[in-house]
Design a protein around this ligand. Structure first.
Ligand SMILES: [Zn+2]
Length: 269
């Protein structure tokens, strides 16, 4: 049986995808991709996310300020977030904490994260979270301010195995990205075996986090800095990889992901 497919996290508004964007609606229809969650990362890209949602039936818009971009936020950013959120059913994200790329502004990161977390909680919305090397802080914050919606996604989960049970109790979902197919990420498998199957989602994070070459179905020219660009169509290979990685038949995995996606994002679909 042919199930529908879902990409729980990507950035289709990103300029690096300008060359592929117009062909995607047709491709998504052909490949039975039902919904994709397109995450804004700063105030300046929210209008593009909104426009994509108006143009493409597959797009679930998500608005948020990513921890890398909090310094770019204008004074009225929170009102603008609420305005965007109220203009269309949407997710809050990508928000989060990052002590790896940015460690000097943790206090600011926490305050911007909490402001957005509260917007989601007051409305009972799903949330998408980016977290690198700040797992203890994030866990403390969410224990103190429990999630009030249908779930929050720890996208491409890189946190410790020992924290999985605590996250599950708090309502977390965890997505598998093509990044985990790199041999250096082999230890992630043990972590994901610990996660209940009803909490797992699949994501591309396109144009970021490309899978290793053997899993790239749609190669794109690299950027001037030699970084490869991840095509959203690689979603197909990430499903394929995840089924092998978790040792679940592809058909069964597709049905599990469909159920999980609808449970978390159904209220904004
Ligand atoms: Zn992302």
């Amino acid at each position: 049986m042919n199930h529908l497919l879902y990409d729980a996290h990507l950035h289709l508004q990103d300029r690096r995808l300008d060359c592929v964007r117009s062909g995607l609606p047709t491709w998504y229809c052909k490949e039975n991709v039902a919904r994709i969650v397109v995450n804004g990362t700063q105030v300046s890209d929210w209008p593009d996310v909104l426009q994509l949602a108006e143009q493409m039936q597959q797009v679930l818009p998500s608005f948020g300020i990513h921890p890398w971009w909090i310094e770019n936020r204008p004074e009225d950013w929170l009102n603008r977030l609420i305005g965007h959120q109220e203009s269309i059913p949407s997710v809050i994200g990508e928000i989060g904490l990052d002590r790896w790329f940015k460690k000097d502004n943790m206090e600011d990161q926490v305050s911007v994260f909490l402001d957005q977390w509260h917007v989601a909680n007051e409305r009972g919305l799903p949330v998408t979270i980016h977290c690198l090397k700040a797992w203890g802080t994030l866990l403390d914050l969410i224990e103190k301010h429990p999630h009030q919606g249908p779930g929050f996604l720890l996208h491409s989960y890189s946190g410790p195995l020992e924290m999985v049970d605590a996250w599950v109790k708090l309502g977390a979902r965890f997505s598998i990205s093509g990044h985990f197919a790199h041999p250096r990420k082999a230890s992630r498998r043990e972590v994901f075996q610990r996660i209940p199957l009803d909490r797992i989602l699949i994501e591309t994070d396109a144009p970021d986090m490309p899978p290793p070459e053997e899993w790239v179905k749609f190669p794109l020219p690299t950027e001037p800095d030699q970084k490869p660009i991840n095509h959203p169509g690689n979603l197909i290979s990430i499903y394929d990889f995840a089924a092998k990685w978790l040792k679940i038949p592809q058909d069964e995995l597709e049905s599990i992901i469909e159920h999980n996606f609808r449970e978390m994002f159904g209220m904004v679909m």
